[in-house]
Write a protein that binds this ligand. Structure first.
Ligand SMILES: [Mg+2]
Length: 171
């Protein structure tokens, strides 16, 4: 029986941070630099006065449309799918208007993974997979299998997790 891997979407295979930076630039004419965001989420680095607006961005149905995919993600996951059962697990319940865009995005970039393997969830502690790849340590903290923290600017100071620095390292 194949072992199973649950793979997060935002900031693990999809470049959601770049979309945040793009929309922030459009709204406030301020360019954020990923290098200056090491150890911080976008909500930690924008001025208090912008926070309500920035927190609303992901609730817009267009926010998750057409996100860039990280280098090699499609090729690597295709290769992994030969030996493992692959599931995509996104805490999409945080942003209910994202479902359609996320579904379309997965269909487009991972046509070799069945849509029956998409898990739009809230609490990732309920996932019954052998591995979880996720940039958010709060999900790894509650996951019962082996978690790997996917490298992202915001998690640079979290040293207590096994880390994969790019998609290729998952292999
Ligand atoms: Mg994520």
């Amino acid at each position: 029986m194949k072992k199973s891997i649950a793979i997060d979407m935002d900031e693990t295979v999809a470049d959601t941070l770049s979309r945040h930076i793009e929309w922030y630039q459009q709204h406030f004419s301020v360019t954020l630099n990923k290098e200056n965001m090491r150890g911080h989420r976008i909500y930690d680095v924008v001025p208090e006065a912008h926070l309500t607006t920035v927190r609303q961005f992901p609730h817009h149905p267009d926010f998750f449309k057409g996100l860039a995919i990280f280098d090699d993600a499609a090729e690597v996951i295709k290769e992994l799918s030969q030996s493992y059962d692959i599931y995509f697990a996104s805490a999409a319940m945080e942003y209910p208007s994202s479902f359609a865009a996320k579904y379309d995005w997965l269909k487009k970039h991972f046509p070799f993974i069945s849509e029956m393997n998409y898990i739009f969830c809230g609490y990732k502690g309920m996932l019954n997979c052998d591995y979880l790849i996720d940039d958010s340590s709060r999900h790894i903290d509650v996951f019962s299998g082996q978690g790997y923290l996917f490298d992202a600017p915001h998690n640079q100071n979290e040293t207590q997790y096994k880390r994969v620095c790019n998609t290729n390292q998952i292999i």
